[in-house]
Design a protein around this ligand. Sequence first.
Ligand code: PLP
Length: 371
Amino acid sequence: MKTLIENDYLLLTPGPLSTSPTVRQAMDRDWCTWDEEYNEGVVTPIRQRLVELATATCPKDYTCVLMQGSGTFSVEAMLGSTIGPTDRLLVLANGVYGNRLAQIADCLRIDHVVHDSGELERPDLDRLDDELAQDESITHVVLVHGETTTGMINPLLPIAAMVKGHGRLLLVDSMSAFGGVPLDIAELGIDYLVSSANKCIQGVPGFGFVIGRKAHLEQTKGWARSLSLDLHAQWQDMEQGRGKWRFTSPTHVVRAFYQALMELEAEGGIAVRHARYSENQRRLVTGMDRLGFDCVLPAEYQGPIITGFHNPTHPDYDFGRFYAMLKEKGFVIYPGSVTGIDSFRIGTIGHVFPNDIDRLLLAIESSMYWA
Ligand SMILES: *Cc1c(COP(=O)(O)O)cnc(C)c1O
């Protein structure tokens, strides 16, 4: 009899996040990377299901490529492999992860321009319209869906309509939102979307994935600026090898991810998961407001993934001490990262439920040693 191991604390961080005991238990055996039981029984169904989660309307136009490494490796694979040598990229940035897109473009020497709207603002649609109208050399636009710096959800619908209206390719870093926020990439016209195992699908860290439009991906052979992060080559191996990865795959992590996908389905799918995350976040904000904590973002920009709160200004308050007291009580929170704002963050995704948020609020109330 295997026993399910409970964790010492709940991770209220947006990745890695708290996973279910059954997801962790799924890692408890070894797999052969060239045997069909693994490739056709685990890898291929994962690729198919991810496409189906990304679009209900037109799955046949898209494919999914899994890539070793943390989420950033997949972002780098996407940018480095799908932007041609004479193409030009527009980066919409409003936080750490938007800036990272520009950093990757810099590092890979991809010709690019940055539209930075500031960490507390959404991209300016009129400005984007002008930028696309005036610079015909821009071929691709990339943005972050859920900006984990603040918890901002960027408005994909009007941005996608504008980018597609100008006939450009649209790439989305939906790392922290995919699986927890409903969307249909075919309906939106998104060409490539990237996410990873350890965010809203609720797997453990170790790989990411890119869901891309086949008709474009087919044209990108030889474009990759890296040997190992070559999306087209990985795609071809996965197709021809029926689930085979080019280099050693993180087998245990992949098997755990398969279990996480089953659990997402059992929960009722993305819409139901989104409702749970939203309820977690609503309870959190209501309770924190009662305790005197103010949110960093205006409510209309705030998504259900992670929420920033201003640190108390009391002279006796110290984040490190507050953090340690909460950890002692079984909850791990996250420091802030918004420039110039003294804040901390609490994630509401993962194997975390409204009653956990109620317990968290009691723990916070009893840890307010400065009040
Ligand atoms: C988590 C995350 C990433 C990837 O971060 P890694 O540390 O490489 O996994 C990228 N973009 C966003 C918006 C994220 O939340």
